[in-house]
Structures are given as structure tokens and as C-alpha cells.
Write a protein that binds this ligand. Structure first.
Ligand code: S3P
Length: 436
């Protein structure tokens, strides 16, 4: 495999305006839900990244015709899915495999869902058990992928999710589309709600009782095709936001970003720590409110983080660790044990890599404590084939003394194609190199 790296030089302020690539969660859903709709769904500003391309290829392997009119634009000719003639390979995409498993359980044909070595390490019993309660014939391999699915009739369930997970919730709602009777889910925390918003827009009978965290889906309606324009991904914007907050003289504006409240925990926490971040709502896209976010360099103060906000910023903890190192005083995070079952164990991997840069981080079972401010020194660190680790370490390099090399630049493309170019356009000194 090609070995590439980010080379990072610190010090330059970030200024100017930019967009970021389309939201990853919405892009996965747009191709899958478009495939289920009766008719042609158009998608604009789609995310052409490693994870979402894997979902798109899987949908094509199910016989769905997709006219790719551009890198970020397509028309999906939805309707019936057909038996694939090989295992579906979701590569590194946890969202891809878990959501598609829900859909596959409801089809009148058998399928096998698989992925990379990395994906094969991630827990699948969290979907396999409740899908089996719906009658699905789905078996994992020691609780992991590959998943083997046989066709059977499904029935709706009443289920309380043990973990706040949008992937689990979505897999069950999607299976519920093909079940007899209603599916009623309660969730322990506000996991992202793109599935609910998008299915509702497509005419599915789905009701959300926000006060009691109950979602009720009744099957039977035909999904209507849609025109989706995917908003910018706040999880990608978060790397630029933290970089601008930490580098003196920075002042950046990010346009067209999803500001769905199930995703904005990072903004709430950083603001509480003293961040100068302003958000102006500008419209609605794919069911999400979108807005313009302006960020200026700020001195941050430590904070205590736990409870529901953790769910609303679950993908942002790797970059948040970098922000916490710069904050004055103590920052402690708890209730974030889910980080251990992402693309990597993000608590231990971030702790280990930032330690190479001179950081002192006390890792706990479900979080960490950082006493700041701490100064980082440039080092050679590793992205571990985890896009959010690799991109967070680039930002750490932008505030460290000396040069930082982040081995494994490719993986940033799993969610943020053009990451180095975007940072460079804003004034940072980041380049991609390849080891010979
Ligand atoms: C996602 C849900 C979250 C998140 C992931 C995307 C989704 O995972 O971490 O990046 O699109 O549904 P969990 O459902 O495992 O929390």
C-alpha cells in the first residue's frame, strides 16, 4: 500500500471563507434512501469520500442504476433492489454496513455484508441482536463482520436502545420499513436524527416524540423520490474551527454547514470554554438547518464534559482533545466510552499520539483529563487509518513547535477529500507527501 503523510509547519494564521465537503451521514443516507424510493432522486453536493463511495458501490451492486453527473452530483433511479452476486464490501464505513444491514434484512434475497480489516474489528451485535428480535435471519462472525443475511418476514419491535447510536437506530428503522406492524424505539440520548428527518420528507409514516425520546415508524407507505442538496459536514468543519481558535490572528468563515442540534455539541462546548464562534442560520437542506459559522482566535478555559452533549459531539473528541490541550485549566470528559469502538479506539490512540508530541493526558475508561495549557512539540505521529485521528494530528501540528509529520494522509479522504488543500487555501502550511 502507498505510504503517504501530511507535512505540517506551525504558526500561520487562518483567514478567509470556505465551504467544506458534504455531510457524511446525510450522503450515506441519500444514496440508500434514494435507492428505496419509487422514482428518481437527485443529490447535489454529495460527499465523494472513501466511506460514502463504498455505500454507493454497494447500492450499485444491488442493481440500482445511478447516473453520476459529476463528482458530487447524481440521479438515483430507485425501486426494487436485486440480489448481489458477491459480498457487499463497505470497506471502512461503519454507517454503511450498519444501515445497509437493516435494509438487507427486509429483502427477499440473501446477502453478505463485509468490509476492511478495520471494519471487521467493530461490534455488530448491537444491530444483530435487535434485528434478530424483529425476526431477521442475520448472523455475525464472532459478533463482527462479515454479516450473513437470509430472507425472512420481519415484524416491528418495541426496543430501548442500550447505547445512543444513530447507526443502530437507523438500521432498525430501515428494517421497520419492511416489517409488519410498527417499530417503536426509545433512545438514551439525542443521537443524530438525519434518518428520521429524511424518511419523513420522503413520505414515511414516522413520528418523533422529542420530550420522551420515542420514535414510531409505521410501514406501508411508498418512499417518494427527493431532491437532496447535502449541507456541509460540521464534523469536517470542526478541524478548521479548532485550528482557527488555537492559532493567533485567525478569523475564518465557513458557509453552508449543517447546524442540526444533534450535531452541534462541539460548538456549545467550545463557546462555553470562551470560543468566539458566531452562527447565522441561512436555510434548510436535506431536512437540516444550515448556516454560516465565523470563528476567531480565542483563549479557551477548561471545562467539564459529560451526559447528553457527549452524544451530540461524539465524532469531535479527537479534535476536541487538541483544543483541551490549549485551554487554561482542567478539562475533563466522561461518558465517552463509545469512542473506543469507532474506526480505532480513539481515546487510547489520540492519547498515545499526542503523548509523542509532549502532551500529558490522563486517559480513563470513558474519557480523559487534561491540565492545560500545554505546549506541543513537532513529532512524527501516525493516523492509524482513522480519518479523524489523522486530521486532528494535523491541527496539533499547526500549534506545535517545529515540524510535524502525520503518517497516513490517505485516510483523511474517508470523510474530507481535499483537507490539506482547504487548510492551505486558508493560509496554513500543510502538504501531502509520499514515502519513496
Ligand atoms: C453516524 C453515527 C455515529 C457516528 C458516525 C456516523 C451515522 O455512530 O459516530 O460517524 O451516520 O449514523 P454511532 O451510531 O455508532 O454512534
Amino acid at each position: 500500500m502507498m505510504r503517504d503523510y501530511f507535512a505540517v509547519q506551525p504558526g500561520k494564521a487562518l483567514t478567509g471563507e470556505t465551504r467544506v465537503p458534504g455531510d457524511k451521514s446525510i450522503s450515506h443516507r441519500a444514496v440508500m434512501f434514494g435507492a428505496l424510493a419509487q422514482g428518481s432522486t437527485t443529490v447535489r453536493d454529495w460527499l465523494p469520500a472513501g466511506d460514502t463511495e463504498a455505500s454507493l458501490a454497494a447500492i450499485r451492486a444491488l442493481g440500482v442504476e445511478i447516473d453520476r453527473t459529476g463528482l458530487t452530483e447524481m440521479t438515483i433511479h430507485g425501486g426494487a433492489l436485486h440480489a448481489p452476486n458477491a459480498p457487499l464490501n463497505l470497506v471502512n464505513a461503519g454507517t454503511g454496513i450498519r444501515l445497509l444491514a437493516g435494509i438487507m434484512c427486509g429483502q427477499p434475497f440473501a446477502s453478505v455484508l463485509d468490509g476492511s480489516e478495520q471494519l471487521r474489528r467493530r461490534p455488530m451485535t448491537r444491530i444483530v441482536n435487535p434485528l434478530a428480535m424483529m425476526g431477521a435471519d442475520i448472523t455475525a462472525t464472532d459478533g463482527k463482520a462479515p454479516l450473513h443475511i437470509q430472507p425472512v418476514a420481519l415484524r416491528g419491535i418495541h426496543y430501548h436502545l442500550p447505547v445512543a447510536s444513530a447507526q443502530v437506530k437507523s438500521a432498525l428503522l430501515l428494517a421497520g420499513l419492511f416489517a409488519s406492524g410498527e417499530t417503536v424505539l426509545t433512545e438514551p440520548g439525542p443521537a443524530r436524527d438525519h434518518t428520521e428527518r429524511m424518511l419523513d420528507a420522503m413520505g414515511v409514516d414516522i413520528a418523533v416524540d422529542h420530550a420522551n425520546s420515542v420514535i414510531t415508524l409505521k410501514p406501508g407507505r411508498t418512499l417518494q423520490p427527493m431532491d437532496f442538496t447535502v449541507p456541509g459536514d460540521l464534523s469536517s468543519a470542526a478541524f478548521l474551527i479548532v485550528a482557527a481558535l488555537l492559532i493567533p490572528g485567525s478569523d475564518i468563515t465557513l458557509t453552508n454547514i449543517s447546524i442540526n442540534s444533534t450535531r452541534t455539541g462541539i460548538l456549545d462546548v467550545l463557546r462555553e470554554m470562551g470560543a468566539d464562534i458566531s452562527v447565522q442560520k441561512t436555510g434548510l437542506q436535506a431536512g437540516d438547518p444550515v448556516g454560516t459559522i465565523r470563528v476567531r482566535h480565542s483563549v479557551l478555559k477548561g471545562s467539564d464534559i459529560g451526559g447528553e452533549v457527549v452524544v451530540r459531539m461524539i465524532d469531535e473528541f479527537p479534535i476536541f482533545m487538541v483544543a483541551a490541550l490549549a485551554a487554561e485549566g482542567k478539562t475533563s470528559v466522561r461518558d465517552a466510552g463509545e469512542l473506543r469502538v469507532k474506526e480505532t479506539d480513539r481515546l487510547s490512540v489520540m492519547t498515545a499520539e499526542l503523548t509523542r508530541m509532549g502532551a500529558h493526558i490522563a486517559e480513563s475508561e470513558d474519557g480523559f483529563v487534561i491540565d492545560g495549557p500545554q505546549t506541543l512539540k513537532g513529532a512524527r505521529v501516525h493516523g492509524h487509518d482513522d480519518h479523524r485521528i489523522s486530521m486532528s494530528l494535523v491541527v496539533a501540528g499547526l500549534v506545535a513547535a517545529g515540524t510535524t509529520t502525520v503518517d497516513d494522509a490517505r485516510c483523511a479522504g474517508d470523510s474530507f477529500p481535499g483537507y490539506a488543500e482547504t487548510l492551505t487555501r486558508l493560509g496554513a502550511d500543510v502538504s501531502v507527501g509520499v514515502y519513496s
